[in-house]
Design a protein around this ligand. Structure first.
Ligand SMILES: [Zn+2]
Length: 110
């Protein structure tokens, strides 16, 4: 797994903020802005069913699907939400433990 920390290509800062943009009839987008120099760093388009807001629960997930105009049975919705939640938690744990390992290694070598 390749893991990158978003860095501003103009000033080298790792301090960025995500601006979530929702427009009717368009995919949700995230603009990443550098907090130091204010430049645009990147833009992401959120995939269909791609947004998961941790700790916000099932209703938040439903609102996201609703914005996409999706019709799906209640049972399937529950299962889909549970899968997304489990997957995100599991992957985030892998990511943070990989980051910790990498920072331990760089401390040892320096
Ligand atoms: Zn910058």
């Amino acid at each position: 797994m390749e893991l990158l920390i978003q860095t501003c290509q103009f000033c080298g800062s790792k301090g960025v903020r995500n601006l979530l943009v929702r427009k009717h009839g368009e995919e949700d987008k995230v603009y990443v802005q550098c907090k130091r120099c204010r430049a645009l760093v990147a833009r992401y388009i959120i995939a269909h069913r791609g947004y998961y807001h941790h700790g916000k629960g099932f209703e938040s997930y439903l609102r996201g699907l609703n914005r996409g105009g999706e019709v799906i049975s209640p049972k399937d919705l529950r299962e889909a939400f549970q899968k997304v939640e489990d997957y995100c938690i599991e992957e985030f744990e892998k990511i943070t433990s990989q980051l910790e390992e990498e920072s331990d290694n760089s401390t040892t070598h320096n």
